[in-house]
Each structure stands twice: as C-alpha cells, then as structure tokens.
Design a protein around this ligand. Structure first.
Ligand SMILES: [Zn+2]
Length: 241
C-alpha cells in the first residue's frame, strides 16, 4: 500500500491510496480538484474511487469536478449537503473501496461536524485510520456542530484502535498543536520530544504526518482527557490559545 499526501490550500493534505505503484488511486477528501488532477497526471494514473469524511468545503469542493473526469464510486456520510456521494455509509459498515483489496470499517465520529466519518482498516501491516478533522496530531478539530460529550465519545472510539495504527489527518497543524499541548501538559516529556522531531521535519518541508496512535496517546491532550468535561475545557482553552 502506498499512501501519498497531496498538499492543498495552505495546510490541507488530500491523501492518495494506491495498492501498488502505477495503480489508480483512491483519493480521500478532495477539497480541490486541481492538485489531484495534476498529481494523477504526473503519476500517469487514473482515479479509482473517492472517500469523504465530512461536509466541509475544503474536503468536498473537488468532488463534483473530479467526477466530470472520472466516473467512480464515492463513499461518504449520509448528508444531503454533499452532492455526488454514491455509497452512503453508517457506523459499523464495512466496504472495500473500488481500486483496493482491503476492507475499511466506518466509524461515526461526530463532534467537529455531526456527519463526520472516520475510515479504519486493519488489513495492512499496522492498520490505517483516515480521520479527517476529528483527530489531528497533538490536537483535534474545532467543535463546530457537536457537543463535548459527543466529541469525547468519538475520540474514545479512535483511542481503542490498535496502538500501531497509522493516523492520517487532513491538516498540517502539528507544530501549533504541540505548542498548546506543551502548555496543557508542561511536565510531559513526550510532547517536548515530539516538538523537536516535528520542527526537524518541517524545516525539511516534510509532512509531520501520518502519526501513530500510540504516539497520539502519549502527546495529544484531547485524546488523554479523562472525561467529557475535561475535554470540553481543553477545547475551549485551545479555541482562544
Ligand atoms: Zn472540517
């Protein structure tokens, strides 16, 4: 399995999943069609299918334009706001995206938005999670539509996945998130170590992602919150940090 981040806008990653080099790609959250079309052309490949995590424009605006070039299945939330979804998914659904042979499990993760889905597959060596704007490295998405108990419950579901799981978030927010994490947990040495690692990667213009779940369990204050009340306080503090 080959996973490639296609940078979009200021700090989004549109993830491309290929079973092998030169195979058509599955694209996750195409907020903009232009960088995706350019990358597919550079690779000399086509599009196999599309996964959508939630309705925000920076995850969906490239969807209909891509469908004009490629007639492919689109898997995503059951939300009428999103046009172009051919397979509407719910908690516990399992599906094999066209173009791949691995099965993905659908995890409903409301909080950032109410329609938010995360996609998890155990069918690779260490497991992969595509979690959109629910979980970021050292942070989480803003709570636009859900409640603290809802968002906290969503993060608990992700925390229970195998610790080896590779975590593919859709924004390069890690350095800023770590500054907040350091303030929230000043004695947590794992956060300081992560800050140094991420600073080096960013100096070399490398993505800080994917992360791994065991790393997030060590450095992510939102994943480490004991209950919904603590989560809610952290979220509010971060909004004004
Ligand atoms: Zn979003």
């Amino acid at each position: 399995m080959i996973i490639t981040p296609i940078p979009a806008f200021d700090d989004n990653y549109i993830w491309a999943i290929q079973p092998t080099q030169n195979a058509d790609a599955v694209i996750v959250d195409p907020g903009d069609e232009a960088p995706v079309l350019k990358w597919l052309e550079q690779q000399g490949i086509g599009l196999a299918s599309i996964l959508i995590t939630h309705h925000h424009w920076d995850h969906t605006d490239g969807l209909l334009p891509l469908l004009e070039h490629f007639e492919v299945p689109v898997y995503g939330p059951n939300n009428p706001k999103i046009q172009g979804i051919s397979q509407k998914l719910h908690e516990g659904d399992r599906f094999i995206p066209a173009g791949l042979t691995v099965e993905f499990q659908v995890i409903e993760t409301p909080g950032h938005t109410l329609d938010h889905l995360s996609f998890y597959t155990p069918d690779t060596a260490e497991g992969m999670l595509f979690c959109g704007d629910t979980l970021f490295s050292a942070g989480c998405g803003r709570m636009f539509e859900g409640t603290a108990p809802q968002f906290f419950a969503s993060l608990r579901k992700l925390a229970e996945l195998p610790a080896t799981t590779h975590v593919y978030c859709t924004h390069e927010y890690t350095a800023a998130n770590l500054r907040f994490a350091r303030a929230a947990e000043p004695d947590n040495m794992a956060i300081e170590a992560a800050q140094n690692e991420v600073a080096k990667l960013r100096e070399q213009h490398q993505p800080s992602l994917p992360s791994r779940l065991e790393r997030e369990l060590a450095i992510n204050p939102f994943l480490r919150a004991k209950d919904a009340a603590e989560f809610g306080k952290l979220r509010q503090w971060k909004d004004n940090f």
